[in-house]
Design a protein around this ligand. Structure first.
Ligand SMILES: [Zn+2]
Length: 402
């Protein structure tokens, strides 16, 4: 081919690429900004705020979240997880939950121009209209009601709009995914019975009456089925992924995904590399083995096992970076659910600040727009993307609220 025609075609190609980018990037930005973006799970209160970090300051490099980065990420509604682990037993867990709620209320009160509390669909609409971060509360772990229905009521009245029936630990009335999985081996925590007992069923009924969403992340399959059988309302799974793509006890099996479809509920995808990428746990085990003496000394200093991964990732950032899967893997989990039960049943529950490692291009809450771009690349319509980003959550929130 003649040189000038090559130059011409190169010119034409470059022009087309530039034109496509200049049309497409603003379209993506516009779509993300105009959509109501909801994230159903963020752990920054328990992992950072209660340890003295202030999300009103720039915490880049220290956390996944702070107020400015929520704004940059275009997040309209953030559900903050109220969490403590099983070491907070009776007499301590409920009080701890109230302290976390107090912390969030104080942050919102100090930032009236940037944030507002959202307790109802009407509040949600107002937060969006006023362009403020709508702060919601979800209690992660039934142990925080300490087997008392009045504590459930109190948490609702303090603004908790979902309760995750269990965390990794079972309660006396509901078995967790962890305990159900290892039930037959009677370890690590033997449970007497799988699923919900009578009190557990009463908890679900009371949540229906109050207008509180039933969250089935972390629960065992029997608890999952019992809760859906009892609930008269759609349920949520606030931060879990697909078992067929990454077989860990915390993820949902195909039958459970179909059940969510029939129930009208929504599965919000967790961004944790270990729940998305089936090769991650093996690679991470190699990484941890390499640093075993440090792990041993941390365990001796009584650091909880689930915080050790995060510690190692911060201390050896380059090694941790090499463990990160591509963001495509999150979209693979999303596609899987959409193919099975449709686009009305999936959303985003990042688990930021509760996970030590997210996929590439998802460094923190500021990177949420990258998901909108990836959804466009996969061919999702603008209408479907708006459902995934927030519309599906709003549907369930309205259906459950009184
Ligand atoms: Zn969790």
């Amino acid at each position: 081919m003649h040189l000038s025609s090559i130059s011409f075609f190169r010119f034409l190609f470059t022009t087309l690429v530039l034109l496509t980018c200049s049309l497409w990037l603003p379209a993506q930005k516009n779509l993300h900004e105009k959509s109501i973006v909801v994230d159903t799970h963020n752990d920054v209160l328990s992992s950072a705020t209660l340890k003295g970090l202030n999300i009103e300051e720039d915490l880049s490099g220290k956390t996944h979240s702070d107020l400015e980065r929520f704004r940059r990420g275009g997040i309209d509604i953030q559900i903050f997880s109220i969490f403590c682990d099983e070491r907070f037993g009776k007499g301590a867990a409920f009080a701890h939950a109230l302290r976390e709620i107090d912390s969030l209320d104080a942050i919102v009160a100090r930032n009236p121009r940037k944030m507002m509390l959202v307790n109802s669909p009407a509040d949600l609409r107002m937060a969006v209209r006023k362009k403020k971060l709508g702060a919601m509360k979800g209690v992660e772990g039934g142990h925080m009601i300490e087997d008392k229905m009045e504590y459930l009521d109190s948490l609702y009245h303090r603004g908790a709009r979902y309760l995750t029936l269990t965390w990794n630990n079972s309660t006396s009335w509901a078995s967790s995914a962890w305990d159900e999985t290892y039930y037959d081996r009677q370890q690590p925590t033997p449970i007497e019975k799988k699923g919900l007992n009578d009190f557990g069923k009463q908890v679900v009924r009371r949540m229906n009456e109050l207008g509180m969403m039933i969250d089935l992340s972390h629960v065992g399959e029997q608890t999952f089925n019992d809760a859906i059988a009892v609930s008269t309302k759609p349920v949520i799974v606030s931060h879990s992924c697909v078992y067929a793509l990454c077989p860990v006890p915390r993820n949902l099996k195909d039958e459970q995904i179909r059940t969510i479809g029939k129930n009208g509920g929504v599965i919000f995808l967790n961004f944790y590399a270990g729940f998305l990428d089936s090769t991650y746990n093996r690679n991470k085990a190699d990484f941890i083995n390499k640093h075993q003496p440090i792990v041993d000394s941390l365990l001796q200093q009584k650091m909880p096992a689930y915080e050790i991964d995060g510690y190692l990732s911060n201390r050896f950032p380059e090694e941790a970076e090499a463990l990160r899967p591509s963001m495509n893997i999150l979209l693979d989990h999303l596609d899987y659910i959409v193919r099975m039960i449709g686009v009305d049943h999936v959303g985003l529950g990042s688990d930021f600040d509760g996970i030590e490692l997210a996929p590439q291009d998802l460094d923190g809450v500021e990177d949420m727009p990258n998901i909108t771009s990836a959804l466009l690349v996969r061919g999702y319509s603008r209408q479907d993307i708006r459902k995934i980003l927030g519309g599906n959550f709003i549907r369930v929130f309205k259906a459950v609220s009184k």
